[in-house]
Structure formats: C-alpha cells, structure tokens
Write a protein that binds this ligand. Structure first.
Ligand code: ADP
Length: 426
C-alpha cells in the first residue's frame, strides 16, 4: 500500500518548529516593546531635563567662545551664540539660530538635535547634540544583533529538533515495513531517551511477531506434510467403497482437503522467491490462452492487450496460476448484472502491467491491505459458492515477488475490483 503524505499541520516536527518560532517572535516583540515603550521615552525625558538644566547654568555664566569650546569638547555639545556680544560658534557646521527657529532644518545636518534659548543679555544660544541619535543608533544595532542571534538560534534549534526526531522517522519507516509484511525489521537504537525505549520495545515486538509467524508457518507446513499420507490412504480406501452418494460426498471432502494441503505446500515452496524457474518468452500467448479458458463463463471476458510482442522472463506455469486465480475470483464475485471481466495490458517504460478488472461487489477499503495475507477472506464465513481458504492471493503475491514483480489491488471508482500485476520486460 502506498503511504498517503501527512498534512503539514499534523506533523509534530512542524508543530515544534512553529512553537519555537512563536516563542522567538514573542521574545523579539518583548525586547522591541521594552526599548520603544520604556527605554526611549525614559532616555529622552532624562536627556531633555539634563540639557535644560545645563543650558540654564551655561547661559547664566555668559560664556565666551573659549569657554564654549571647552564645554563643547567635554560634553560633545556644539554651541552657537548670536546677540549683543557678537556671533560665534564652536562648529562651522552649525546652522543659524533663525534657520533652526524657522523649523526648516529638522533633523539636519548629521542627525543632530537642536535647542535654542534666549540669553539673559537678549541674545540667543543654539545647542546642538547627538546623544539621542547615538543612543538610537546603538539600540537599533542591538536590535539587529538580537534578530540575527535569534535567527541563528532558531536555525540551530531547527537542526537540533530534526536530529532529535530522527528516531520517529526511523520508527515510521519500521512500522511501514512491518505493515507491508517485512518481519526482518530492526529499527536502529541510537539514543537512551524515551524514543530509544520506544524503539527497543518496537524491535522486541517485531521479533515476537516474527517468531509467531514463523511458528504458524512451520505448524501449517508440518500439518500439511503429515496430512498428505493419510489423504492418499483415504483416497485409496474410497476406491474400494461401493459407488453412491456417500462415496461421492466423501470423495469431494477428501479432494477439498487435498486442495488445501497442496495450496499450503505450494505457498511454502514459493517462500523467499524459491520454486520458480524463469524462461524468456512472449507474454501475450499466455494471456490469450488463460482468457480462452474463461470464454464461456458469465459474464464473459473482454481481452484488450497490446499488438506488440512483449518478452518477459517468467515461469509460465506459475504465471498461469496467478492469472487463473485472479480471473477465477473475478468471475466468482461477478454479479448477475456485471459487465464482462476485463483482462488488459499497458506498457510503462521497462515494465508491463497486466490488469484484471471486475464489476463485482468490490473489496472494502479496510480489507485491501490484508487481502494478500494467507487465510484472509473478506467474508469470514466460508460459503460453498465462494468457498476458498484465502490462500489464492497469497500464492499470487509470492509468485509475483519471486518474479521480481508486484501485485496490487484497488477498488474501482464505480463498482468492483482491479488487480494489477507488474513485471519487468526482458
Ligand atoms: P479465496 O480462495 O477465498 O478466494 P483468495 O486469496 O483468492 O482466496 O481471496 C481472498 C479473499 O479476497 C476472498 O475470500 C474474497 O473475499 C476477496 N476477493 C478476492 N478477489 C476478489 C474480487 N475480485 N472481488 C471481491 N472480493 C475478492
């Protein structure tokens, strides 16, 4: 069965990464909010008061240019005076007081903050400083640094989480393998955390299941072997019974038992790709021949195969068994109003697919995965009309695997079932 891709929002990994990103953004918002709502207003308020205080003290001493230059060096403040004592400036880059007062110079030059004050002598002072911009510049750099750091941490955490969740991916592959029938699975245990414990428990479970399946197969094999001789003796003894209804009934029962025993032995012979002798030959005559065997049965068979010769490496007898089993089921489960069973081929690159499609009641979706298991039957109670042992399809699967091919099944869109056999061309 193909694995359906999991929606992203259901993935634990995506959930963890989302939580991590949400935390990172919440932290970033907190830090930015702290700066914007607390640090900046507080800083501006304190700076403005300090500057007010300073300018008042400064102006009270009616300084000259030399004193202003000293103060400018000490405090990183530029000062300009325009008034009855003349005009001087600690920096040639300062604008005139009239320019600043007119508001035309906002923010220029070089990102300075300005303050003009009327001096006690009737003149005016211009104070220009950079503290605000410098502080804001430092804070902006800090925020950028924080953002880069957070991206780094998120990326590192992403890589770490991917690594941390590796056991889940391995377990996922292990479970998929187990459900597709592989019993030799051992998921690597590389950690000693909860995932490690879970993986060990999974491996132990696989070993137990594998031992149980082996014991079941061995038991079936032993019983089948043991039953062969008594069955032969019973068949012989039947020959000596007088002809009649009782003998016919017993013969039918013995034949049924014999069929089951030989199917079981066949299943075992095919284990691990054994019991198949492949020869390069044309596939189409085989398909025509098997279809002809079913030609006269209702609801009929519709053959739709390529004209071109298709060469394959097959054991013709075994492949005939597969086709007969599939067609037998398709006919057995067809309904009185069903359209003919379809046997068709389609080429896909180096592969050839043979399709057997019927218009019967179909197989429930939940049973599709188990349909190739030995003894599996959709209708658990064996009825005389459809009465098999649920071994036919498991034999088909073993034969196809022994050919390096596959057998798959799907429910038809409307009604019925389609089986696909895939083989490599040679
Ligand atoms: P059986 O000998 O019981 O038919 P199979 O292995 O051939 O054993 O099939 C297993 C079960 O799969 C059947 O019992 C039947 O329930 C179901 N099945 C197989 N082929 C079809 C089909 N074409 N339509 C509906 N059910 C099917």
């Amino acid at each position: 069965m193909t694995k359906r891709p999991q929606p992203l929002f259901r993935s634990v990994f995506v959930k963890l990464v989302s939580i991590m990103l949400a935390m990172a953004f919440a932290l970033l918002a907190l830090v930015v909010g702290f700066f914007v709502l607390i640090i900046y207003p507080h800083l501006s308020f304190t700076t403005e008061r300090l500057i007010d205080e300073y300018t008042r003290l400064f102006m009270a001493s009616s300084p000259d240019l030399a004193a202003a230059q000293q103060a400018a060096r000490r405090l990183d403040v530029e000062i300009r005076y325009e008034g009855p004592r003349g005009t001087w400036s600690t920096s040639t880059r300062l604008p005139t007081i009239a320019d600043v007062r007119s508001g035309r110079l906002r923010g220029t030059p070089a990102g300075m903050d300005y303050e003009t004050e009327t001096a006690p002598d009737g003149g005016a002072y211009l104070f220009a400083w950079r503290f605000g911009q410098v502080n804001r510049g430092v804070h902006t750099k800090l925020l950028w640094l924080l953002l880069v750091l957070m991206i780094g941490v998120v990326l590192a955490a992403y890589a770490f989480q991917r690594r941390l969740l590796r056991p889940v991916r391995w377990l996922d592959a292990g479970v998929a393998g187990l459900s597709s029938g592989r019993l030799d699975i051992a998921v690597p245990v590389r950690t000693h955390d909860e995932f490690g414990v879970l993986t060990q428990a999974f491996n132990r479970m696989v070993q137990r299941v594998s031992r149980m399946v082996q014991a079941r197969d061995q038991l079936l094999l032993d019983v089948s072997h043991e039953l062969r001789s008594p069955l032969t003796r019973m068949k012989l003894a039947l020959e000596f019974l007088p002809e009649g209804e009782q003998r016919a009934g017993m013969a039918a029962d013995v034949n049924e038992m014999e069929r089951m025993v030989s199917e079981l032995l066949e299943l075992e012979r095919l284990r691990d790709g054994r019991g198949v002798r492949r020869v390069r030959q044309s596939l189409l005559p085989l398909l025509r021949e098997v279809a002809a065997e079913f030609r006269d049965r209702a609801p009929g068979v519709h053959l739709s195969i390529t004209e071109r010769e298709i060469m394959v490496d097959i054991d013709a007898e075994k492949l005939r068994t597969v086709l007969r089993n599939l067609l037998e089921n398709a006919f057995k489960y067809s309904l009185p109003d069903s359209r003919p069973v379809e046997l068709s081929t389609s080429e896909n690159g180096d592969n050839i697919a043979v399709r057997v499609s019927d218009d019967g009641p179909g197989i429930p979706q939940s049973d599709l995965e188990s349909i190739f298991e030995p003894f599996f039957r959709v209708d658990r109670s064996r009825s005389k009309s459809t009465g098999g042992y649920g071994l036919g399809l498991s034999i088909c699967k073993r034969i196809m695997e022994a050919h390096g091919g596959t057998i798959t099944v799907v429910r038809n869109a409307g009604r019925g079932t389609t089986f696909f056999l895939k083989l490599a061309k040679s």
